[in-house]
Design a protein around this ligand. Structure first.
Ligand SMILES: Cc1cc2nc3c(=O)[nH]c(=O)nc-3n(C[C@H](O)[C@H](O)[C@H](O)COP(=O)(O)OP(=O)(O)OC[C@H]3O[C@@H](n4cnc5c(N)ncnc54)[C@H](O)[C@@H]3O)c2cc1C
Length: 403
């Protein structure tokens, strides 16, 4: 490890690793630090990602694709199951990854591109000069070392502290922090090519239960519930998950348990500052409906590194010059999807189980190849006038605005 770099990346998840790789390929001297001893472990993810989205960044590899998903089932609170498949949805479905291998592969690629990597190394404070970020204090094995960098990328995930230490408001409202628990289960009877999503206040208030297959008879079985819904014994995510597992997979074997949080809020108001860029979960760019953030982390990591490399080359890492990154990702498919899905999520969290049943039943009859938010709104108004009334003008307007 040197004492100065062009770029310091904090966090070795998908966002940080892809940023380090991209910047190193552009000729920057890069150091990526990861506080855990091994990137990707323990896994705090259900590991699902859209096929087309992933292929923007990587060629799928059997070493880290655990399962190919061909269809998804959305299960209403009353037990009714609606199937989404490529023929109905007009697009491919997805993969379930093996993130222990996937995350490591990304870090491997960053190293191969020339980035220095330090594991078990924690950024504990930014180095600030005249209000600009100029690197960080890094703690390794009980020793703290200062590393200076022209530019720093905060890719420190959902528990991100670095941007806050630099004076940026990164608070997530409690109701918009899903709390999650997940088992890796084996010996369970599942369709190995279908993901399942169970909805309803009995099952997962303010969230859903997922089953993401990882091969024959093995799956991630997890739950996310609204951050303001649990907390007390009996209504914590693990309590709901245990009840679900007892009902659906009483003979299954639990071989791993993880807990974690997912933000379903709006992205940070601004994802750059003087000498600093923020990517992935740290920038709050995970999907407000699904909580998925692998694609967004890869996208923002790459985009930040490209804009950042240009800024370093020009010797101008001011907020003004880095704003191109913030503007670009907001104008992209990702930014638009986050905006639309946030508005849809805000409407849907207000629905009770009867409303959800009514919507899922009627949506299942829609032609999914022509599915869009406008057709969804029309469907809700015509098939579920009571639900439409409940959403009110404001709710329907949010949906229409999100088109
Ligand atoms: C239960 C659960 C299920 C999920 N399921 C899915 C899913 O199916 N699909 C999907 O797309 N997304 C899913 N997600 C979200 C997904 O895991 C994240 O969006 C994704 O990992 C974000 O990547 P990232 O690089 O931004 O952050 P992370 O992957 O969290 O990486 C951040 C890294 O920074 C490190 N770090 C933190 N602080 C410091 C520091 N001070 N110094 C050094 N290193 C630091 C951390 O150790 C971590 O390795 C899920 C999340 C949870 C909790």
């Amino acid at each position: 490890m040197k004492s100065t770099y062009d770029l310091l990346v904090i966090g070795g998840g998908p966002g940080g690793a892809y940023a380090a790789k991209t910047a190193a390929e552009k000729g920057l001297s890069v150091l990526m630090v990861e506080k855990r001893p091994a990137p990707g472990a323990p896994v705090r993810c259900a590991e699902g990602v859209g096929k087309e989205l992933l292929r923007e960044f990587m060629k799928p590899d059997e070493r880290w694709v655990a399962a190919e998903i061909e269809r998804a089932h959305l299960i209403a609170p009353d037990g009714f199951s609606m199937e989404l498949n490529p023929a109905k949805a007009g697009s491919e479905v997805g993969y379930v990854l093996n993130r222990k291998v996937f995350d490591r592969e990304l870090v491997w690629q960053a190293a191969a591109a020339g980035s220095d990597i330090m594991v078990k190394t924690r950024a504990c404070s930014p180095v600030m000069e005249n209000g600009a970020v100029k690197g960080a204090l890094l703690e390794y094995n009980g020793t703290v070392t200062e590393v200076k960098a022209d530019l720093t990328i905060a890719a420190d995930g959902v528990e991100s502290k670095f941007a806050r230490w630099c004076g940026i408001n990164t608070t997530v409202p409690l109701r918009e922090m899903e709390t999650c628990a997940q088992y890796l289960m084996t010996g369970i009877d599942i369709d190995p090519h279908a993901t399942e999503f169970f909805t309803g206040n009995e099952v997962a208030p303010g969230g859903y239960v997922w089953i993401f297959p990882k091969g024959e008879k093995t799956a991630n079985v997890g739950i996310g519930i609204g951050g303001d819904r649990g907390g007390k014994p009996g209504i914590r995510p693990k309590d709901y998950l245990d009840r679900f597992v007892q009902k659906h997979f009483p003979d299954g074997k639990i071989i791993e348990l993880i807990a974690g949080g997912v933000s379903i809020c709006r992205p940070l108001e601004c994802t750059v500052a003087d000498g600093l860029m923020i990517v992935g979960d740290a920038a709050r760019v995970s999907d407000p409906i699904t909580g998925g953030g692998i694609y967004a982390a890869l996208y923002t990591g790459k985009s930040a590194a490209e804009v950042g490399a240009d800024a370093v080359a020009k010797g101008d890492v001011s907020k003004k010059n880095l704003m191109k990154y913030d503007q670009d990702w907001r104008a992209s498919y990702l930014g638009k999807a986050l905006d639309r899905n946030y508005q849809i999520k805000e409407v849907f969290v207000k629905l009770n189980d009867d409303d959800l049943n009514a919507i899922i039943h009627s949506v299942s009859k829609m032609d999914m190849t022509e599915f869009n938010t406008l057709s969804l709104v029309k469907n809700i108004i015509t098939a579920n006038p009571m639900v439409a009334l409940k959403l009110g003008k404001a709710g329907l307007k949010s949906l229409i605005d999100s088109i």
